[in-house]
Design a protein around this ligand. Structure first.
Ligand SMILES: Cc1ncc(COP(=O)(O)O)c(C=O)c1O
Length: 398
């Protein structure tokens, strides 16, 4: 009973993808192995585990059965060989880049990224002698030029749909291009989730998630993960992960497994509500522009239709005015919670220029298309009438 079948549909994988029930007790919910260390059978067993000549657990910074179950589950959903859990999405990204790049190397990053990833690119990596070249990845020629100019270029990283502009990048075209130059390709799939988009199927090498978001779905955990082939994961474990300690906690893994069981249902509800919000805003007189990959007005709508099975739960828009008007909108909402993060059941609203993307200089924000009056909504799964009423009353106050 309980064997993983790779041919299962995505909703079945979301529930059973971590494998059989606990072999010791039959517990259907994966037990939380809240232990830091694991007792060896004897001295030789300990030595064999350390030498990699026996399979088993040593210490939860390296691996833990609850975290393993989550890793199997996310790998199954993304269609990859193996997963790895991390303390946060940023820990996942940092480990992936540090596995591919050492001092003197460089990588290419899309210029429109989560603010923390941008900060890692421009502030953290140079401290280790690693250079990130940020480029408009909607233009393949610019990406190819950047790859050609970069010294010891090892990797291409991008997110699609991108935070916060919701621009959509062509996973297959970018991957094919990067592979011509032997680069590893990592896609941040946080906004789409494996329910709507599976980058490994388009040839990408690594998928990254801020599992804090839709993977959890309930706003109660900070976590991250990577899905890749076994070779990459083994190299990462050996070269970076084990000795830098960005491990996922067992309780976080359990919360994520619980969240994943409902992710297909939640994503359906998020997409349906977000589509209604996008259409409502598109016709509102106080709105300058709306970005939602499902709108025909979205510049990459056709591409989004091709590479995503639905358009996600995130909507961004600009209101008449600038930075201050953007902040005013935050104070006018009542149901929506003014908060960073996204992907929760609750509707969350955010003004990126003053919060998540304040890590960009105003010039870099402009270059990345992050307007000062841009507002990002993570549309929740409340009743759509209540979400629309709230936005309507907030816009009336402006
Ligand atoms: C698209 C995206 N990637 C990565 C991250 C970083 O993840 P975490 O906050 O879990 O470290 C975030 C966080 O907001 C994000 O939105």
């Amino acid at each position: 009973m309980g064997k993983i079948n790779p041919n299962w549909g995505i909703a079945t994988k979301a529930i059973h993808g971590y494998g059989p029930s606990d072999p010791l007790t039959g517990a259907v919910s994966v037990p939380i192995f809240q232990t830091s260390t694991f007792e060896f059978k004897n001295a030789q067993h300990g030595a064999d585990l350390f030498a990699g000549e026996a399979e088993g657990y040593i210490y939860s910074r390296i691996s833990n059965p609850t975290v393993d179950a989550f890793e199997k589950e996310i790998a199954s959903l993304e269609g990859g060989e193996v997963g790895k859990g991390f303390a946060s999405g940023m820990a996942a990204t940092f480990n992936a880049v540090m596995t591919e790049c050492k001092a003197g190397d460089s990588y290419i990053s899309s210029e429109t990224m989560y603010g923390g990833t941008h900060a890692m690119n421009v502030h953290v990596m140079p401290r280790f002698g690693v250079t990130a070249h940020e480029v408009d990845a909607t233009d393949l020629n610019l990406v190819e030029d950047a790859i050609k100019k970069a010294k010891n270029c090892k990797m291409l990283i991008f997110e699609t749909p991108a935070n916060p502009t919701l621009s959509v990048l062509d996973i297959k075209a970018l991957t094919d291009l990067a592979h011509q130059y032997n680069l590893k390709v990592m896609v941040d799939n946080t906004f789409a989730t494996p329910i709507l988009q599976r980058p490994l199927e388009s040839g990408a090498d690594i998928v990254m998630h801020s599992a804090t978001k839709y993977i959890s779905g309930h706003g109660d955990v900070v976590a991250g993960c990577l899905v890749s082939d076994a070779e990459f994961r083994a190299r990462m474990m050996e070269d970076v992960f084990i000795d830098t300690g960005g491990c996922m906690a067992p309780f976080s893994a359990w919360l994520l497994l619980r969240g994943l069981k409902t992710i297909p249902v939640r994503m359906r509800a998020h997409c349906a509500n977000a589509s209604r919000v996008a259409k409502f805003l598109a016709f509102h007189p106080k709105i300058e522009s709306v970005s939602y990959p499902g709108l025909v007005s979205h510049p990459q709508h056709e591409l989004a239709k091709k590479q995503m099975s639905d358009f996600g739960g995130m909507v961004t828009f600009t209101i008449a005015g600038g930075f201050e008007e953007g902040k005013k909108m935050m104070d006018a909402v009542s149901l929506a919670k003014v908060a960073v993060s996204l992907g929760d059941c609750d509707t969350l609203i955010n003004h990126p220029a003053s919060t998540t993307h304040s890590t960009y200089s105003p010039e870099d924000r402009a270059a990345a298309g992050i307007a000062e009056n841009l507002i990002r909504i993570s549309v929740g799964i409340e009743d759509i009438a209540d979400i629309l009423d709230d936005l309507n009353q907030a816009l009336r106050q402006l």
